[in-house]
Design a protein around this ligand. Structure first.
Ligand code: ADP
Length: 320
């Protein structure tokens, strides 16, 4: 039986990571395990920055955005020699297994460590919802709510000024934030990486909303990394009577106190991760599928196809 586990957050931060850390620590302590905090993801593991936690270490963090452990990216972790150094540090600190919270890159690191003898369990912590082994990732719901609060505000002013607001949201090549935000806000158009981008078609549709439907305003929600949204807004001004304006929401989407949904999700997932480690399981990740907390091998999770949102997008279009 293991006695001591580590916990870290890695990759991009997301609201609810702290709620997950709290659940992992308290669940482990309740089951007689000791917990070691590893700072700044795999970087802190390699540099030996770790300290023992107690129940008080996670007091008052359930409501806090970000991650108290810090996060970092360390591309060198793909190198076996670098991981071997990390494992020596874990052994020196008596850490026998680790829970990692992050996205698919973090999962790959967890698999690689498990292959070298340290059981790791991954929790999906990212605002992008780009991990197919879970219907929802920790932080997505909070980010979505931040996005819709901002788009609702843009709608007020867009309506007054006959504007077309082009709103760029995050997603890291996954369209979920755009799709769910677009539906929540009744946006005129949703542009996602999965659907692809056809500028002429976008402009033609906006012309139709302007000239035929006589809409007072239009909101276009677009995922990041698709096109230059300022250039698109200029083209909208040129080819319709809307005044095109681009808004890039940026990192505000990553912040804020997690929603109840994210806190409950993080809590349920954290507890499940500890249970798996106690059962001697490693190289798995936790997900929520159809409201059940599940686990599956990381290799299987990483091989899952991207979810299609065609049905949701078709529903959205019927209502515009
Ligand atoms: P995310 O976990 O949010 O997808 P990254 O892709 O940046 O974020 O991954 C986080 C970290 O996980 C990387 O900086 C690196 O330390 C580690 N990592 C990513 N891919 C691998 C891999 N193939 N092998 C080992 N470690 C990896």
């Amino acid at each position: 039986m293991i006695k001591r586990i580590g916990v870290l957050t890695s990759g991009g931060d997301s609201p609810g990571m702290n709620a997950a850390i709290r659940a992992i620590v308290r669940s482990a302590l309740a089951r007689g395990l000791e917990v070691v905090a590893i700072e700044d993801g795999y970087k802190g593991m390699v540099e030996g920055r770790m300290w023992q936690m107690n129940s008080r270490s996670v007091s008052d963090i359930i409501l806090k955005g970000g991650t108290i452990l810090g996060t970092a990216r360390l591309p060198e972790f793909k190198d076996r020699i670098v991981r071997a150094a990390a494992i020596r540090n874990l052994e020196e600190n008596g850490v026998e297994a680790v829970v990692v919270i992050g996205g698919d890159g973090t999962y790959r690191g967890a698999q690689a460590l498990t292959d070298m003898g340290i059981n790791c369990i991954g929790l999906p912590g990212t605002i992008d919802n780009d991990v197919s082994s879970s219907d929802y990732t920790i932080g997505f719901d909070t980010a979505l709510n931040t996005v819709i609060q901002n788009i609702d505000k843009l709608r007020d002013t867009s309506s007054s000024h006959h504007r077309c607001s082009v709103v760029e949201v995050m997603g890291n090549r996954c369209g979920d934030l755009a799709v769910f935000a677009g539906i929540s806000c009744g946006a005129e158009m949703i542009i996602t990486p999965e659907r692809g981008y056809d500028e002429a078609a976008v402009l033609a549709k906006l012309k139709y909303f302007d000239e035929v439907r006589k809409k007072r305003h239009a909101i276009v929600v677009i995922s990041e990394k698709i096109t230059d949204v300022n250039a698109l807004a200029n083209k909208i001004s040129e080819s319709t009577s809307f005044s095109g304006r681009a808004t890039v929401l940026g990192h505000i989407q990553r912040g804020g106190s997690p929603t109840a949904f994210d806190r409950v999700l993080a809590t349920r997932m954290g507890d499940k991760a500890v249970e798996l480690l106690l059962n001697g399981i490693g190289g798995h990740c936790i997900g929520m599928l159809k409201n059940e907390i599940i686990s599956m091998p990381i290799a299987e999770a990483l091989a899952l196809p991207r979810r299609s949102r065609e049905e949701l997008l078709a529903l959205h279009e019927r209502l515009i």
